[in-house]
Every structure is written in structure tokens, then in C-alpha cells.
Design a protein around this ligand. Structure first.
Ligand code: ATP
Length: 704
């Protein structure tokens, strides 16, 4: 790749000498002004609001739509409106030299478009900035010497912290690019110091990522990727892309992004709004399935069995053991006459309905209808005139209701699971031949909790309740579901999420080497099967953008133990001095950690001190006592971005990143849980620039 002129970003002249930069800045300012006008227009449009009471709802909907549209058009002050430009061969984009807008006539004989986060047009409706998701923009990410897509040259821009354009880099598409990461601006973008939440990567999406981002809505995509390969980024950008290309379908059915915990969700919360998408739901699995408050935690083995797909069969059997054959004749009194249905007739109706494959609740409804129908058949045979009203009346008689209640009892998902886990005999009946005695003992509550509200519900129980709920009444699906850190989902959780997706598609993101939950997945085909999307396509991302090679090579020493057969990631950057490992004496440990933090703070950007959960409070107290401004990451993620230095419990590190990371005592992280080495792998791969490992105990074997 060859570069055009690059103005050093560290000395941005207010009136740059380079006329190209002056012209580009003018276009940026004009685009910003045009976007402001577009937004003002939306807000000023007085949609004809009706005043009749019946119109109130419509009015509210219109108002809300207007507000959303205005939010989508709000320019974020520190995010530049465009980040790239394409010069196409003339006639590729515009017919006969037509131009995109008033500022795009400097391309000589080229068709020139600026690519940005939003579509911006001028007064006459001519495009000033094309949305990165528009079909023409694809070439920005994919044009290559082998397939130039009509592009002559691609320009990327550099900006300073205030979104002021300070540099550009031209890349003639016909020239082959060297292997490794693209030009200086791309490397600079990746290394730009982090502060606060995750940001978008629209300016620098790589071809292998773009393939996944633009995969069609119908396709379920499963991305296996080493730490920092951009899985989360790909998932969020795919959402933005799908909302652009399939807006009508998805705005009806909805999209949700599922992440491992609240602090992770707050970390990624700004990415979609920065791309103009303000209406995507985000939830943890616990929130998504939360029919009861979670109060308890299961031992790992219990969690693993409760998460096993065999539990679906146990629950199905337990629920369908509820309908029982009637013992008594049903007698319906109408006026002076009595109509009888004998037990064997009722049993026939029951058996027939059980075979139908309908949900439990629907079957129950149908039973009342079938009974009423039988009674009416008899009445008609005896010469009585019946109509729909008669049917309804019969169905609603006390006798029919009582017969249905006895034969096909009402079921409630929470009570069902409560009853099942709290009754060893009932569990044994439902689990016979499915779970062995030890497994049954592991999932049963020692003693039945008094009520459903006071039960020590665990996260794993939520998926059991959800399974029961769906058997009782089928749920309707969303248009698209993105699941991040999917390797940690149990099969039962996958089933629950798959039901939310219904006939819609999923983006499944994860890394089997980072699986830390008791039932963590080692095989994506199985995950897709449990999600009910066996046709999903598994793709592998290999190039790691976050972590420098020296650091990833150190962490990858764990791979043969934690994920045999999984290839080591290929880092796109090497950075001398990016890895330090300090062995210190136990007495000097705290001071050494503090010193490592101080050194990390000398550099730019965010610093994470990661340690075993149980060590965090002590380390935080030491640091605060030594005068550091330091926060502790808690469940809500509020500490991210508040202080430059944050203490991070190892269990919350997943998915996060910091410019510099200090890892205190890896052996204790590894020893803290059954899949501790997987946790350690996660922890060691959070650094963008520098990783400093400080230890007094010996390093875990594979790292030595
Ligand atoms: N094409 C790209 N251009 C610039 N930055 C990128 C690109 N792809 C990824 N990154 C950056 O690399 C970092 C890692 O990305 P991301 O968090 O999406 O990776 P991940 O695969 O989800 O990692 P993990 O498995 O550790 O959760 C982020 O800072 C992201 O912005």
C-alpha cells in the first residue's frame, strides 16, 4: 500500500497549508451544517396531530417516531461525520458526470463520494456523505487489487480529539497491499488511547469482518475468534447494518443484544447510538429470562446439570404428567335435560389432544372446546337447535370447567419448577432414565422452600422456568438476536435464547478458549443446535486487533491446556516492551503492584488492575491508601471511565479492554474456580498496549 501525504497529527495547524485538508475541512463543516438542518426539519415538522381521544395513541406514536428520528440525526460532537472517501472511475456511481453534491466536484474526472456514519444531504437532496452501510460504500471496505470494484483510490482521514480533520492518507487500490495491518491511520486508530466505553470501528472495518457485518438477515452467523479479533465490534456493526438494510422488517420484530453482565453492556452501550441506532435492546441472560428474582448460586456441578439439554426432557415429562384420565362421568344439565360424557369418551378426547403437539395451554383450551362440541353433537342428535352461543354456554358451565380442571390442570411455569426441584419423588419420576441418581440429587433442593417467592432461585433455574413457560405457551420471536460471549451459555440458556429468536436469525459470538461457566461450550455446532439454528454458518476470525503479539503469545501458552486444537491468534501488531513479568517477594507484592499501576498511569489511556475477585478489595484499599484515584468495577460498570485506573475483579474482565493492564497474582486467579485457567486467559488478553504481570507465587505451569 502506498501512502499519499500525511499531515502529522500532533501539530494540527489551525489554517493548514495543505489545500486538500482545507477543502476536506470545509466539506466536513458543510456536512455538519447540513445534518443540523436535516434534524431541525424533522423536529419542526408539525405532523398533523388529531385531537380526538382515539387519536391520542396515534399522536403519541408519531411524536415518538419523530423523537427517535431526531435522535438518529443528532451529531455526536466528538465523532467525525465522515471518515473516508472513494474516487471511482467516472460513470461507476453517477450517470454522465452527475455529482453527489456541491462539495464533491473536486474529483476531476472521478466519481467521488465521502463515506460516513450517517447519510447527509444538502438542500437539494444531493448526498454530501454516504452512509457506510449503503451498497456503494462496500467498496470502501472491500476494494482490492484483485477486485477493485471500480475504485481508483481510497482516502482515509485522521482526526484529533476534537473531531478536527488533521490528516489524510490515499491508497491507490490497484497497488497490492503488504500483509499485516493497513496504513498508518488504521494502526493509529487501533492504538488510539482508550477512555471510557467502547467505540465504533466503522472507519476501519477489515474485509474479513465486513463479510460478517453484511451477511444477510436470514443467515445465522457464529463467529469463533480469539481475544480482540473484533467479535463484539462485528456483532454490533452487523446490527447497525441490518437495521439499515432491513429497517421495516426489524422495526416490527425487534433486535436485542445479549451480553454476559451489566458492566459489559454499559461498556458497549455507546456503539450503536454513535452509529445512529438508538432503539436496540440490551440485556443479560438473567434479565432476558427474569421471571423470578435470582437469590441463590448453584455449585458448579449443579449448574452444569441444570444447564444440560436433558433438563428440557425432564421438564417436558413433568408438565405432561399433569393431564390425567377422568374417573367420573361428566354430566351437563341444560334445562330439564342432562347430557353425559363417560370417562372413556373423555379419555379419548384427552389422548387425541395430547398427540396434537400443541402447547400445554392451547391443549387445555382445546379440551374445553372439544367437550362442548361433544355435548352439542348429542343435543343436536336429540333434535335440539344449537348455535355458537350454546357452544360457549356449555363450555362455560361449572361442570365442564371442573372436568377440564381435573383432567388438564392449569400450569404455571414458576410453580412447576418449584414443585419439581422441591420434591425428590416427583423429580425421580420425571428424570427416570434421563438423569442418574447423583444428578437428580445435585439438582434437587435439599428441602422444599416455603413459597415460590422465597425460593433460592439461581440463574440456571431461570432457563428451566423459561423452558416450562414455553411448553405452556409458545413465545413469539424477535427479528434478530446477537449473543456475545456465547461460549458461556448452557444448552438450556441457548434453547431459551433460540426461542426468543424464533424464526429470526442470530449472530453468535464467542471463543471456546474463554469459556468460564460450568457448562461452557467446546463445540459451536452443538451451540447452534441448542439455539435451534443448526443451519448457522461458523466463521473464524484470526487476526487480533487488540492485543500486541508479545502479549498474545504469552497468553497463548495456556491454549494447549484450555482449548487443545485451537489455533493461536495472529496479532496484527508487535510492540516492543508490551509485556513485562515481574516476580517479587511476598512482602514487596503490594508495593510492586502499586508501582506497576503508577508506571502504567505514566502512559496514555485507561489502566485496569485485574486480580482474583477475593483480592480486589484489599488491593483497592492499598492503592487508595497510597493516594491513587482508583475505582472498583462493580456490576453496573459505572467505574469504567470515571477514573483512569480501575480495579477489575477477574470475573468481570470478560469483553473489556484497557490501554495498560496490570495482572496481580495469576496463580490466584487460576485457583479461584474450576475453569480458572480459562479465566486467566481472558484476563491476560485485555491489554491494548502493555501487560504487566506481577506475581509472588509461582506462575501457573503452562505460563512458565
Ligand atoms: N477493524 C478494526 N479497526 C479498528 N479497531 C478494531 C477493529 N477490529 C477490532 N478493533 C478493536 O479491537 C478491540 C477488540 O475488539 P472486540 O472487543 O470486538 O474483540 P472481541 O473479539 O470481542 O474480543 P474478546 O474476545 O476479548 O471479547 C476493540 O478495541 C476494537 O475496537
Amino acid at each position: 500500500m502506498s501512502h499519499g501525504s500525511v499531515t502529522p497529527a500532533d501539530t494540527p495547524p489551525d489554517t493548514p497549508a495543505d489545500p486538500e485538508i482545507r477543502a476536506e475541512r470545509a466539506h466536513l463543516a458543510a456536512s455538519r451544517e447540513a445534518l443540523r438542518r436535516m434534524r431541525d426539519e424533522v423536529l419542526a415538522t408539525e405532523t398533523a396531530l388529531g385531537d380526538a381521544v382515539a387519536d391520542k395513541f396515534t399522536n403519541e406514536v408519531l411524536r415518538r417516531a419523530r423523537r427517535t428520528r431526531a435522535e438518529q440525526l443528532a451529531a455526536l460532537p466528538d465523532v467525525p461525520l465522515f471518515f473516508g472517501r472513494l474516487d471511482f472511475e467516472p460513470g461507476t456511481v453517477f450517470e454522465d458526470g452527475a455529482e453527489t453534491g456541491p462539495d464533491t466536484d473536486t474529483g476531476g474526472d472521478a466519481d467521488r463520494v465521502h463515506i460516513g456514519r450517517r447519510h447527509v444531504h444538502d438542500d437539494q437532496g444531493r448526498a454530501m456523505v454516504l452512509d457506510w452501510r449503503a451498497p456503494v460504500s462496500v467498496a470502501f471496505y472491500r476494494a482490492s487489487p484483485a477486485s477493485p470494484m471500480g475504485v481508483r483510490s481510497r482516502r482515509r482521514y485522521g482526526f484529533d480529539g476534537g473531531a478536527r480533520l488533521t490528516a489524510y492518507e490515499d491508497e491507490p487500490v490497484a497497488e497490492p497491499a503488504p500483509a499485516g495491518v493497513a496504513g498508518g491511520l488504521l494502526a493509529a486508530e487501533i492504538e488510539r488511547p482508550r477512555s471510557g466505553p467502547m467505540r465504533d470501528i466503522v472507519a476501519t472495518i477489515q474485509p474479513e469482518q465486513d463479510d460478517l457485518v453484511r451477511a444477510p438477515l436470514e443467515r445465522t452467523v457464529c463467529v469463533q475468534g480469539a481475544p480482540g479479533t473484533g467479535k463484539t465490534a462485528v456483532g454490533l456493526h452487523r446490527v447497525a447494518y441490518l437495521l439499515y438494510s432491513e429497517r421495516a422488517r426489524l422495526s416490527r420484530s425487534g433486535v436485542v443484544v445479549i451480553g454476559p453482565n451489566r458492566s459489559f453492556l454499559s461498556y458497549i452501550a455507546n456503539v450503536l447510538p454513535a452509529l445512529g441506532e438508538v432503539q436496540v435492546g440490551q440485556a443479560t441472560v438473567e434479565e432476558l429470562l427474569g421471571r423470578v428474582p435470582v437469590r441463590g448460586t448453584d455449585p458448579p456441578e449443579t449448574a452444569r446439570i441444570k444447564g444440560d439439554a436433558r433438563m428440557a426432557e425432564v421438564i417436558r415429562r413433568d408438565l405432561w404428567s399433569l393431564p390425567v384420565e377422568p374417573a367420573e362421568t361428566l354430566v351437563v344439565q341444560r334445562g330439564a335435560r342432562r347430557w353425559r360424557l363417560y370417562p372413556e369418551e373423555l379419555a379419548g378426547l384427552l389422548a387425541e389432544l395430547r398427540q396434537r403437539g400443541v402447547s400445554y395451554g392451547a391443549g387445555r383450551e382445546m379440551l374445553a372446546h372439544r367437550i362442548a362440541h361433544e355435548v352439542l353433537t348429542r343435543m343436536e342428535a336429540a333434535g335440539e337447535v344449537c348455535d355458537d352461543r350454546t357452544h360457549t354456554q356449555v363450555r362455560r358451565t361449572r361442570e365442564v370447567k371442573a372436568a377440564v380442571a381435573a383432567m388438564w390442570p392449569k400450569a404455571d411455569p414458576v410453580k412447576l419448577v418449584w414443585g419439581l426441584l422441591g420434591d425428590a419423588h416427583r423429580l425421580a419420576r420425571a428424570a427416570e432414565g434421563v438423569l442418574d441418581a447423583d444428578e437428580q440429587a445435585a439438582v434437587a433442593w435439599g428441602r422444599r422452600p416455603r413459597g415460590v417467592r422465597s425460593a433460592p432461585w439461581s440463574v440456571a433455574d431461570l432457563a428451566l422456568i423459561d423452558e416450562a413457560a414455553d411448553l405452556i405457551e409458545r413465545q413469539s420471536g424477535l427479528g434478530h438476536v446477537v449473543v456475545d460471549e456465547a461460549q458461556d451459555l448452557s444448552p438450556m440458556q441457548c434453547r431459551a435464547i433460540g426461542r426468543r429468536a424464533g424464526s429470526g436469525s442470530c449472530t453468535v459470538l464467542g471463543d471456546v478458549a474463554q469459556g468460564t461457566s460450568p457448562g461452557a461450550a467446546s463445540d459451536w455446532t452443538a451451540v447452534l443446535g441448542h439455539l435451534g439454528k443448526p443451519e448457522g454458518v461458523v466463521a473464524v476470525l484470526e487476526r487480533g486487533y487488540r492485543v500486541p503479539a508479545q502479549v498474545i503469545e504469552f497468553a497463548a501458552r495456556l491454549l494447549p491446556v484450555i482449548a487443545p486444537g485451537l489455533g493461536a491468534p495472529v496479532a496484527v501488531r508487535r510492540a516492543a516492551g508490551s509485556l513485562r513479568v515481574s516476580a517479587v517477594g511476598a512482602e514487596a507484592f503490594a508495593a510492586s503492584v502499586a508501582e506497576a499501576c503508577a508506571e502504567a498511569l505514566d502512559g496514555e489511556g485507561s489502566v485496569g488492575l485485574i486480580a482474583a475477585d477475593g483480592d480486589i478489595a484489599g488491593l483497592h484499599a492499598e492503592l487508595a491508601g497510597a493516594g491513587f484515584a482508583v475505582g472498583v468495577l462493580g456490576g453496573d460498570g459505572a467505574a469504567l471511565g470515571a477514573d483512569r485506573l480501575v480495579c477489575v475483579p477477574a470475573s468481570l474482565a470478560k469483553g473489556l479492554e484497557f490501554d495498560a493492564v496490570v495482572v496481580a497474582e495469576p496463580a490466584r486467579i487460576a485457583a479461584a474456580e474450576p475453569r480458572g485457567l480459562h479465566r486467566l486467559y481472558v484476563v491476560l488478553t485485555r491489554a491494548v498496549s502493555v501487560l504487566h504481570v506481577v506475581h509472588a507465587e509461582p506462575l501457573p505451569d503452562p505460563l512458565r
